[in-house]
Design a protein around this ligand. Structure first.
Ligand SMILES: Nc1ncnc2c1ncn2[C@@H]1O[C@H](COP(=O)(O)OP(=O)(O)O)[C@@H](O)[C@H]1O
Ligand SMILES: C[C@@](O)(CCOP(=O)(O)O)CC(=O)O
Ligand SMILES: [Mg+2]
Length: 385
């Protein structure tokens, strides 16, 4: 039997980085997904390897199960989810190192390590093949790392004894609440391996979908009927979330009082964004007023992200370009390059949208309009057991 899982990427409307330090943040899922298919070989396959195929980067990693047992002698299935100790991380890293990942793609090692930790923790040392592909740009602020961990955790758990719910064998299906909680906890452990110190917002919004407020590990699901359209501009400047999160923590150590004020300001912005998004929208005038408030809050949040040191020349170019059309923007995700959000007001003409996209693309950026607030992780079965 083969299981497929798909988990969405996300945008952060307010509060990135500050959320790692206890402030509130608001995020929404987007309709771009990471897909994982997982199957166990049949006896006829005579396959004794654990394989991870990463289609987006055209790499495949395969280990004989005996080699994993040898490198990792104390591996045991973990119930409930637990963190990967430093010692185990080193053992897994030695398995990943055997594959000589090209230097330019070294950021992938953390993802491969997360896979090995999630798989062996849930299934032990067993042959299997996982195939990953994504519609998300990797390392761009749209939460590819979280979607990777959520889709992997969902697929791995779906074929484990930890999930006992009955599934029909047709189309994409959602897990029950208990299963979602388990997927989210495991995915968080994977994100820890990739991000170092994640807040948990990315894996949570990828698991549950829709729009959420997140503070100190606590999730509030937001209900909204406000139409929200965002242009996503990928500067295509590569960066690494782990390094950016660490740089904000270092600045916080150097300037604890000033940074505490920055984080408090972001907390208020996120709470206001959540309140605006949730309040009823009786008419077009009310929508315009709300959009104007959101635009101002996005600009304020961007200013504070600059204070944290995570903006970038490419991000500033997007801000200046969109401002020419009186549109407000902020970086989304870890910054340092990556993606920028621009609010597209409901009454904005299509011609202006086309012009701003043309100007951004002429700078070498890539624009996309994704659907916001769809389902979280889903799974689908095929084949017979
Ligand atoms: N589809 C994928 N295939 C392989 N690795 C992936 C994939 N998606 C995410 N990753 C892992 O996540 C890392 C990117 O995560 P991160 O720096 O947090 O950026 P973001 O989450 O904003 O995309 C990659 O370097 C890789 O380790
Ligand atoms: C910077 C941060 O707030 C979001 C990172 O998102 P991304 O990996 O850049 O998509 C980190 C976190 O919350 O774990
Ligand atoms: Mg990430």
């Amino acid at each position: 039997m083969e299981v497929r899982a798909r988990a969405p990427g996300k945008i952060i409307l307010a509060g990135e980085h500050a959320v790692v330090h206890g402030s509130a943040a608001v995020a929404a899922s987007i309709d771009l997904y990471t897909y994982v298919s997982l199957r166990f070989p049949t006896p006829a396959d005579n396959d004794e390897t654990l394989t991870l195929q990463l289609k987006d980067v055209s790499l495949e990693f395969s280990w004989p199960v005996a080699r994993i047992k040898e490198a990792f002698p104390n591996s045991e299935t973990q119930i409930p989810p637990s963190s990967c100790s430093l010692e185990t991380l080193k053992l897994i890293a030695s398995l990943v190192d055997e594959h000589n990942i090209p230097e330019a793609k070294i950021g992938l090692a953390a993802g491969v390590t997360a896979f090995l930790w999630l798989f062996t923790s849930i299934h032990g040392c067993k042959p299997a093949k996982a195939v990953v592909s994504s519609e998300l740009p990797l390392g761009s602020g749209l939460g590819s790392s979280a979607a990777f961990c959520v889709a992997l955790s969902a697929a791995i758990l779906a074929l484990s004894d930890s999930v006992t719910m009955e599934f029909s064998h047709q189309g994409w299906q959602v897990f029950g609440e208990n299963e979602l909680e388990l997927v989210n906890k495991w995915a968080f452990e994977g994100e820890k391996i990739i991000h170092g110190k994640p807040s948990g917002i990315d894996n949570t919004v990828s698991t549950y979908g829709n729009m959420i407020k997140f503070k100190s590990g606590h999730l509030t699901r937001l209900k909204t009927n406000m139409p929200l359209k965002m242009l996503i501009t990928n500067t295509k400047v590569g960066r690494n979330t782990k390094a950016l999160v660490a740089s904000v923590s270092e600045r916080t150590l150097r300037h604890p009082t000033a940074m505490a004020s920055v984080f408090t300001a972001v907390d208020s912005i996120s709470s206001e964004v959540a309140a605006i998004i949730q309040s009823p929208v009786p008419d077009d005038l009310a929508i315009t007023e709300k959009e104007e408030k959101l635009e101002e809050l996005m600009e304020m949040n961007q200013g504070l992200l600059q204070c944290m040191g995570v903006s970038h020349a490419s991000i500033e170019t997007v801000l200046r370009t969109t401002l020419k059309y009186k549109l407000s923007s902020k970086l989304t995700g870890a910054g340092g390059g990556g993606c920028v959000l621009t609010l597209l007001p409901t009454l904005l003409s299509g011609t202006v949208v086309d012009k701003v996209i043309a100007e951004l693309e002429a700078c070498g950026f890539q624009c996309l309009l994704a659907g916001i607030g769809g389902n979280g992780v889903e799974i689908s079965f095929s084949g017979t057991s």
